[in-house]
Every structure is written in structure tokens, then in C-alpha cells.
Design a protein. Structure first.
Length: 304
């Protein structure tokens, strides 16, 4: 049985269709990233799956429960990391994690959780004294203190410095390896590319693409080649060498190609014959961000 299953999920606000016939599944132990512009319907979808918002129509199963009617047994098995939290500023980190953990029948020891998110030096520090990144770590601690079978992560690394982001990624990977299912929403496309087993892209309340990051990237079929135009040469010299359209911005040559091996050989052979260097030569495959931008429409309305 999948950890999450939706069939024709819809949520309407009067004439506005925030979620419009959404169907997808998340396997147990999988990290699934749900991506989309603001207004695509991600947050509404996640809130319905968490049981915090009622759907208009459709079938849902989350850990074998209908979240719209589920009770304590369901709540005991999920963890939630919201975009923002309202933890009392006078509590210490240890007190906040301990109080939140007391809501669960099964919980991790407070110090273990605090250590996992890298907040041990702040264990006895008041929440109001934490930096923004440290508060996000505290949010993550409260999301995992109940040893959830399913963890909802909404923009979990906002405000993190690069080292903290990498630490959080390792923690998420470890949770997944230990069997926790993760539903992730993020605006950091590199985060989704690094973490997600599969990705779903939402536009205007519907799923427009789904697959592993590699599968989605592979569908673009293009590779970007860049270098500085050698002195004494022109864009026309390059354009006759390759099948792709060549763009020249100042002295920066760029083109995307479906045949990178042949086109790269053509331009490097040309450069060798002329005895010139292709300064700042780079060859880059598409990223998940490129795929996302090619699929995404403009943000719709005021529903996330």
C-alpha cells in the first residue's frame, strides 16, 4: 500500500479551482518533491493530506487513513514542518522540543533530536534568541521528535547557510533510509534534485509532469555549451559549425544542443586549427530548474 494516494483530488473556493483533479502516489520510504510556482496548489494539497483542510472531492489515503476524518492514530504517525511556526519565545530549545514531543505516544529523546538538527550548543537557549536558520532547525526537530512514518516538509531549509542545508539534506536522506516517507515542497530546485526519489510538478492545480529527477531532466534532451568568443572571430564562424542556434552576449557564446559530442568536437577542432583558446569553456547538462521553468506557467492567483 502506498503511503499517500490521491485520485481526482479537487479543492474549490467558489469559482477558483485551487486543486483540479490531482492524482499521484508516494511509496513508503520515498522522498517525493511536489514542485510548483506560488499559486500552483501545492500548499492546499499538502494541507488536505495533513488533514488540516477539507477537500471538495476526490479519494485520499494517507498511511491507510482518510486524513479528513482520521484521529489520534493518524496524528501519531505524521510529522509536519511548516514554513513558519509560532513557538513561544520564552521556552528553551529543550523545553520546546520536549513539550512538542509529549503530544506523541512514541518519541525520540530530546537531546538526540536536538543533536540531529545541530542545535546542541543552543539546547538551553531561549527560542527568542535564536537566529532565523536556528529556528528552522528547531522546526525540523519538532517535526521529527515523534518518530513519524510520514514527514511533511514545507520549505524546510529556508534561511539555512550552505553548510546547514547540507546537514539537513543528510538528515532527510537518513530518515528516508530508515523508512520514513517524506513529502517535500521547496523552491530550491537543487534541493529537490539532490533529495527526491521522484518529483511531481504542479501547474494551476494539476500535475503536469512526474518522474525521477533524471527522467525529467532527460526529457529536455539538451546540453548547454558556453565559451568566450576568441579575438578576431565572429558569431558567424561558430554558427556554421553547429546545428544549434548560437547566441552571442558581449563576447559570451552560448548554445544548447541535442548532439553535444558532435558539436563540441566541431568547435574544439575549429579552435585547434586556428590556434585559439575557447576561454571559460563549459559544458553543462540541464538542471531540474531548467525543466521546471520549461513546464511551469506564470503564477495563478492567491492560493499556494
Amino acid at each position: 500500500m502506498p503511503a499517500i494516494s490521491t485520485r481526482d483530488l479537487t479543492k474549490h473556493y467558489g469559482p477558483l479551482k485551487a486543486v483540479d483533479g490531482l492524482s499521484f502516489e508516494v511509496a513508503e520510504g520515498e522522498v517525493y518533491a511536489l514542485l510548483g510556482h506560488n499559486g500552483a496548489g501545492k500548499s492546499t494539497t499538502v494541507e488536505i493530506l495533513e488533514g488540516h483542510r477539507r477537500r471538495t472531492a476526490g479519494d485520499i489515503s494517507v498511511l491507510g487513513h482518510d486524513p479528513g476524518t482520521a484521529g489520534r492514530d493518524f496524528r501519531d504517525r505524521i510529522g509536519i514542518v511548516l514554513q513558519t511556526s509560532g513557538v513561544e519565545h520564552e521556552l528553551t530549545v529543550a523545553e520546546a522540543v520536549g513539550i512538542y514531543g509529549s503530544c506523541y505516544r512514541t518519541r525520540r529523546p530530546v537531546e538526540e533530536v536536538v543533536d540531529l538538527v545541530g542545535l546542541m550548543p543552543q539546547l538551553d537557549q531561549r527560542v527568542g534568541q535564536l537566529s532565523g536558520g536556528q529556528r528552522r532547525r528547531l522546526d525540523l526537530a519538532m517535526g521529527i521528535v515523534g518518530s513519524p512514518d510520514l514527514l511533511f516538509l514545507d520549505e524546510p531549509t529556508t534561511g539555512f547557510d550552505p553548510a546547514a542545508r547540507r546537514q539537513a539534506w543528510e538528515l532527510i536522506r537518513q530518515l528516508s533510509a530508515d523508512g520514513t516517507t517524506v513529502l517535500l515542497t521547496t523552491h530550491y530546485l537543487d534541493e529537490a534534485e539532490h533529495l527526491a526519489d521522484r518529483v511531481g510538478v504542479m501547474v494551476a492545480g494539476t500535475l503536469v509532469a512526474e518522474g525521477t529527477p533524471e527522467e525529467l531532466i532527460g526529457r529536455t534532451g539538451t546540453t548547454r555549451i558556453r565559451f568566450h568568443l576568441p579575438p578576431g572571430t565572429s558569431r558567424a564562424d561558430i554558427a556554421v559549425l553547429v546545428t544549434a542556434q548560437v547566441v552571442l552576449d558581449d563576447d559570451q557564446v552560448e548554445f544548447t544542443t541535442l548532439t553535444p559530442t558532435a558539436d563540441l568536437q566541431a568547435v574544439t577542432s575549429w579552435a585547434l586549427e586556428r590556434g585559439v583558446e575557447l576561454a571559460a569553456l563549459s559544458v553543462a547538462r540541464p538542471s531540474l530548474e531548467d525543466v521546471f521553468l520549461s513546464l511551469g506557467a506564470a503564477p495563478t492567483a492567491d492560493v499556494a
